[in-house]
Write a protein that binds this ligand. Structure first.
Ligand code: SF4
Ligand code: SF4
Ligand code: FES
Length: 262
């Protein structure tokens, strides 16, 4: 039966307010999504006032401060704090991005931090990325060859060939693109999504890879690839300035120009 209202336990309620007790005027207010599935309560949004005189410049610094000084139970992912590991992706004031490279001063007004959209929440800001990683693994993101390895040297590339894979290799698997993609929201179990397809494109473009036809045959599927409707939210969302939407269009072109029937 179709449900037209959200179940009661999915409604986000107003949470606790943590005031700062310093006399500085340099204060910003953060609203942070909180949810603990082990508690029998709805998700809530807690509010934290933070003195920026005692906090680093990035949104991740504010999360670390909240955890250290206000509420140690706050869960979020982070590791490198340099935009390299892809762990700290969140929805910040409605935009999927990395908390560690998002300066607080570039955001006007209060700052809302939510988990990546349309994902199951494990706790607070941590989402379940199982399907996301399954999609990535399914494109077999490694070099595949049939020929003998050259003796005494690596499989070499020209500078021009290396440049073709330079950008797509820079993906840090932060999932900002896939979780900004409406097709992925509704078909995340079947549609590979922009991050996994960009990874596949990276290997399709690699002059040393010898499995191009096999890879394209695998992708030539109404759900895995063609659920992309070229809306391009993915490319707008990428904090590393990559273009997964264009990579998907290129894969479709490769399939259209190859004879994959044998
Ligand atoms: S271009 Fe394709 S992958 Fe990117 S947001 Fe649109 S539908 Fe999703
Ligand atoms: S393409 Fe960009 S947004 Fe998508 S996972 Fe890679 S780095 Fe993140
Ligand atoms: S903490 Fe590694 S990308 Fe932000």
């Amino acid at each position: 039966m179709t449900e037209f209202t959200l179940p009661k336990n999915s409604k986000v309620t107003k949470g606790k307010v943590y005031e700062t007790h310093t006399d500085t005027k340099n204060i910003r207010t953060f609203h942070v999504y909180r949810y603990d599935p082990s508690e029998d309560s709805n998700p809530r949004v807690d509010t934290y006032e933070i003195s920026l005189d005692q906090c680093g410049p990035m949104v991740l610094d504010a999360l670390i401060k909240i955890k250290a000084d206000y509420d140690a139970s706050l869960a979020f992912r982070r590791s490198c704090r340099e935009g390299i590991c892809g762990s700290c992706s969140h929805n910040i004031n409605g935009v999927n991005t990395l908390a560690c490279t998002q300066p607080i001063k570039d955001i006007k007004g209060d700052i809302s931090i939510y988990p990546l959209p349309h994902m199951n929440v494990v706790k607070d800001l941590v989402v379940d990325l199982t399907d996301f990683y399954k999609g990535y693994a399914s494109v077999e993101p490694w070099l595949k060859t049939n020929s003998e390895a050259p003796e005494g040297t690596e499989r070499l590339q020209t500078k021009e060939d290396q440049e073709k894979i330079d950008k797509p290799s820079a993906c840090i698997l932060c999932a900002c693109c896939s979780t900004a993609c409406p097709s992925y929201w509704w078909n995340g179990d079947k549609y590979l999504g922009p991050a996994a397809l960009l990874a596949s494109y990276r290997w399709l473009q690699d002059s040393r890879d010898e499995a191009k036809e096999e890879r394209l045959k695998e992708l030539n599927d109404s759900s895995k690839l063609y659920k992309c409707h070229t809306i391009m939210n993915c490319s707008l969302a990428c904090p590393k300035d990559l273009n997964p939407g264009q990579a998907i269009a290129e894969i479709k072109k490769m399939i259209a120009t190859q004879d994959l029937n044998d």
